[in-house]
Design a protein around this ligand. Structure first.
Ligand code: WTA
Length: 657
């Protein structure tokens, strides 16, 4: 284990947690799964277990082999063919569910609409025709940079319908980040909107696309959804930019689903790693759909004809891909899509949405829960939340205090909480309680999902039966990443080189005497800010890219609301002054290079950075400084006095929001 977790008193406290919550008799009575036999069934023959779940999908040609495992490369459901959009739409319509609402859309300004499975299918059939008319073919990768509006899942499903892959870029990313992703995937088509609404302000998505395309000559066409209209003027370049509604109006024929191989690329999703270059995580069709659909059903105890399900994530992240789009639609669920922030127009927006739509399942991030705690319970009390029957958490460790608050104030003491651990790379939920089975402990993600094998190991790879270590996944799973786009070596190196044939997660974890797993956060140079992965190296390169900066070191410091906060220690070039204005300029520079999520909370100017004799920056010390801890041994430093200076500066010379 690295120091950052063992020495963190807040996290150590989790492990003293002794409260336990059993599923209530009421909940159990109606639960899809209410006995632990499912774990044994899955262990008896885990390949057959997953095969039986895969058979719940509609295949054109059935698979004839469950798994081919040439470590670290896996293929699932071999020789089977299917189509993801067919499984999400056509088959439900064929089963008579045409009029079931697929999504209730709630725009931030207060506009709302709903779309049924029948209507969604029609839109997807039409937009697939549009994509074909723009020259998109099987195997192409379409870039999508959109707000949380219905056209986003429509665009994703239309890609899947014609055998193309999508690469969704979160709307909060800057034009630079967008351009990098377009270029890596060689996307010829970009789908965007004139803008999105966020806290009453327009996010200028199309303007960002224009800027990105200056460095992305591969792009031939841009499709623009009109979300904002007159309030924000954009420029449309002739023979390159097309309005979505105009293209859709011209469509006369509906495109049917093409048959693709189970291992056909469904999408790329870029995520931060330990180097500056984001990794294009590859997910394929059959295995991914199998695991997202099955986990969505069982973990959330989904009763598709009764539940109103709301995953309050952004589709630009994996949580949205798996649990707003593919999982819920594959299961015929009725979901909410909300465009904006929780505090617009007021801090009760979420609770008003829950009351309005009678949401029964809520899936949210701990950072949101902690923010609500800070705002106080009056906002909740204004609304009737009695429709809720299950709560989920994802994205970062949930501290017991936030877990209890969620249970008491949102779940009104009756809703089970599923704390679900997984990653972009795992594609679907991997460690989680089953709400009708598992006795939960606040702050623990409890046990691996049936069929999944997770182990904690020490530095040498030996299994840890009690206590802390590194989390590993010890056999393949259907929705596992198939690699990093165009970089098989990095795939091997990042995930499979530390322990042969064990997937290295990058998270620290502990196991207690009852076998419960406690996730402790990243052990590498990836920060988790409000549930978003941000690489320290990426922020450092953005800082060093600024002409005034000589050197930068970035650490994630514990933060009561956002989980971690980005702290940057910056050495300026000689002659430059570390003024508050300079700090602001640097913070904005990072925001331009990467996006607002990567903006450092605090910049500390220092004449030097603490380094070991071999020249490595001592991040542990910087984190200690940032978190106000006493510093341990500094004797390995070239110049221990540097730390004293930094400590002093950290206390005095700060730039903050
Ligand atoms: C963290 C989000 C503790 C973890 C689905 C992981 C969690 C990273 C949990 C993946 C959880 C996610 N408890 N930590 N329930 N869920 N994490 O790729 O560090 O955006 O490695 O996927 O988030 O983040 P990603």
């Amino acid at each position: 284990m690295t120091d950052s977790h063992d020495s963190n008193p807040a996290i150590e406290n989790y492990l003293l947690e002794e409260r336990k919550f059993e599923p209530s008799t009421d909940f159990k009575a109606n639960a899809l799964v209410s006995t632990a036999n499912i774990y044994e069934d899955a262990e008896t023959d885990y390949l057959e277990f997953w095969a039986s779940k895969a058979r719940e999908l509609d295949w054109v040609k059935p698979f004839d082999k469950v798994l081919e495992w040439n470590p670290p490369f896996a293929k699932w459901f071999l020789n089977g063919t299917l189509n993801a959009s067919y499984n999400c739409l056509d088959r439900h319509v064929a089963a008579g569910l045409k009029d079931r609402v697929a999504y209730y859309f709630e725009g931030e300004p207060g506009d709302s609409k709903s779309i049924t499975y029948g209507e969604l299918l029609t839109e997807v059939e039409k937009f697939a025709t549009v994509l074909k008319s723009l020259g998109v073919k099987r195997g192409d990768i379409v870039a999508i940079y959109m707000p949380m509006i219905l056209e986003l899942p429509i665009a994703m499903l239309a890609c899947a319908r014609i055998g193309a892959a999508h690469s969704v870029v979160f709307g909060g990313f800057s034009s630079n980040a967008l351009s990098d992703r377009i270029n890596d995937a060689e996307s010829k088509v970009v789908i965007t909107a004139d803008g999105g609404n966020r806290r009453g302000v327009v996010i200028p998505l199309k303007d960002n696309v224009d800027e990105a395309l200056k460095s992305s000559p591969v792009v031939e066409s841009v499709v623009v959804v009109k979300r904002i209209g007159d309030k924000h003027q954009i420029t449309m370049e002739k023979n390159r930019d097309y309005w979505y509604h105009e293209l859709m109006d011209k469509v006369t024929d509906a495109t049917g689903p093409v048959e693709v191989d189970s291992e056909n690329l469904l999408y790329l999703l870029y995520t931060s790693g330990t180097t500056a270059k984001p990794k294009g995580i590859m997910h394929t069709t059959g295995g991914y759909l199998t695991q997202v659909a099955y986990t969505h059903k069982i973990v959330f105890d989904l009763h598709p004809n009764e539940d109103i399900y709301w995953c309050a994530a952004d589709i630009g992240w994996v949580t949205g891909h798996s649990y707003i789009v593919y999982g819920p639609l594959a299961n015929g669920a009725t979901s909410i899509i909300y465009e904006g922030t929780p505090d617009f127009p007021d801090k009760d927006r979420w609770w008003s949405i829950i009351e309005k739509y009678k949401v029964s399942i809520l899936y949210a991030a701990p950072t949101a829960i902690r923010t609500f705690m800070k705002w106080g319970t009056d906002y909740l009390k204004r609304h009737d939340l009695s429709s809720l029957r299950l709560l989920g958490s994802v994205g970062e460790p949930i501290n017991p205090e936030a877990w209890m608050w969620y249970r008491e104030n949102v779940g009104l003491e009756k809703c089970p909480i599923v704390d679900t651990w997984w990653q972009t790379e795992t594609g679907a939920i991997m460690i989680t309680p089953l709400p009708g089975v598992t006795t939960t402990k606040p702050g623990s993600a409890t046990f691996p999902f049936p069929g999944i094998r997770a182990e904690i190991v020490d530095e040498q790879g030996q299994k840890v039966e009690l206590g802390g270590g590194y989390l590993t996944l010890n056999r393949p799973w259907p929705s596992m990443l198939r690699g990093i786009y165009k970089d098989p070596e990095r795939y091997q190196q990042t995930y499979w080189s530390k322990y042969n044939e064990k997937y290295f997660v990058g998270d620290g974890a502990k196991i207690d005497e009852d076998g419960y797993l406690w996730l402790l956060g990243r052990i590498d140079d990836v920060m988790n800010v409000s549930g978003h992965r941000v690489s320290t190296t990426e922020v450092e390169s953005a800082l060093v890219d600024h002409p005034s900066v000589a050197e930068a070191a970035v650490v994630g410091a514990n933060d009561a609301t956002t989980g971690q906060a980005i702290m940057a220690f910056v050495t300026l070039k000689s002659g430059e002054l570390g003024t508050p204005e300079k700090g602001e300029e640097l913070r904005n520079h990072v925001s331009t290079k990467i996006g607002a999520i990567a903006k450092p909370k605090m910049i500390i100017f220092t004449d030097d950075l603490p380094k070991t004799r071999s020249g490595k920056i001592m991040r542990r010390l910087l984190r200690d400084v940032a978190e106000g801890r006493n510093l341990g041994d500094t004797t390995t430093l070239t110049d221990p006095s540097v730390v004293e200076e930094i400590k002093r500066k950290a206390a005095a010379n700060v730039t903050e929001d």
